[in-house]
Design a protein around this ligand. Sequence first.
Ligand code: PEP
Ligand code: MG
Length: 557
Amino acid sequence: MLTIQGKGVSSGIAVGPVFFFRRAEKAASRHMVKDTDAEWQRFLAAQAQAIEELGELAEKARAEAGDDAALLFETHQMMAEDLDYVDAIEEAVRGGLNAEAAVEDTGNQFSAMFSSMEDDYMRARAADVLDISRRIAGILQGVSENALARIETPVILVAEDLTPSETIQLDKRKLLGFVTAAGSASGHTAILARTMGIPAVIGIGDALKSEHEGREVIIDGATGEVVLEADVLIREAMLKKRAEQIAFKELLEGMKGEENVTLDGRHIKVYCNIGGPDDISAVKVNDGGGVGLFRSEFLYLACEDYPTEDELFEAYRSAVSAMEGRTVIIRTLDIGADKQADYFRLDKEENPAMGLRAVRICLTRPEVFRTQLRALYRASAYGKLGIMFPMITSVWELRECRRACQMVQKELEQEGVVFDPAVELGVMIETPAAVMISDRLAKEADFFSIGTNDLTQYMLACDRQCSHLGRFYDPHHPAVLRAIRQVTENAHRYGKWAGICGELGADTELTALFLAIGVDELSVSPNMVLPLRYAIRGIDVGKERERLLAELDSDAQ
Ligand code: PEP
Ligand code: MG
């Protein structure tokens, strides 16, 4: 038996024979060409073919893994036409290099550039640019063999790394799980594995060797454990866990359409966190009751310049319409700190988490705010839209936000544009200041949504981006839990509702406490809706309330 520890990126246990994936690669031939025009035309033809193939992959991905997965290949199509990328290839070809070598060199250069970036997301794009370059170079060289077609029986695929397009081409009936030597958890290959529901472990290094081909391996995509030729007892234990997971998944599926209600009849709303309209399909598939947090800044981060009012309106309208009358709460721009868009030209700050970010930017750049609010109010005519403001610390900020909304409403009225005048305006409780004045804020806000990711960071003075703070960043800290109670009670005192939209909302260890406190809504990632429903339906709040609240008050905390 050989046990290897990797990083689990897509949960589930899979068992099957090892199959080594070897790419049918030919090193790009490298020579100088005389007719550079003809060579450039050869590149353009290969680029067009690649874009067409990527379109076909997008359709396959849409059918098998949904809109998000399709978007990945549509993004690849755009990357294949990216001006900087294409210009670099043209320069090499015009300099006399053959097209396949020019594509290979440019792909390597861009990939190295992405790999050296600090941002995890950008680093993960290194694999994407290599994927595209490999496709174009392959077309130029006439390499069309699909190494994956060799798989005949279901296997655990082992590879150095897998590109997103290789992952989507895998025949799911023959793929039990996969393991890669390299890879990143936020890379698209890992994301695709999760959307396709394939157990996957990455980063095992070179522990599995070609002599292991055909031998049985068990992988646990949650713990990252990879066990080759497991002992009888370990094998039995892992298979038992697998059977339990499958049964639990089926149980959760059976909960679709059920209510989020406790054993003693207390209802709680379970909504979803999304990054854009494309995520609505996941909300629906997982039976989310609404959208509790639409992180609107992602639309800005995806652009190279300020999105127009019409572009924003289209995105909001599409999400609101798709939810067919169910609530969609859109948070206004939360740019700054770890979310930077160059065109905002924000000054470099010593402490960006405490700098000009979120609502502070909106209130200092009224035109940017106005454009977003106009788009939001226009979209409000298409369903039930709510707006909330991030990083509020003072009552005057909320008043200014409200005034900005009123001005926009007046403008739209004068223009004869239809909107919903009853859009609820909420405050995100993310700072200790907002907690301490939550009684005052509750008088003027329509609801509260507690952003526990930032609230933990600011309550405990722990940078949420810092990877070595470990147990110091503790969202279970009594300061955070007591803050949630104080905020919820203040909301209720003034007849308002309070929800949680930070990651903590999905923590089923705390669901009973949140119910005991009286939290009205939990907004979580779509895949957590059903596990949360399962937890809620097993709780008797009446029975547990006193004990849980006493525990929160006690010295033991
Ligand atoms: C939060 O801070 O808890 C939150 C939901 O917002 P974000 O994670 O986008 O900062
Ligand atoms: Mg936040």
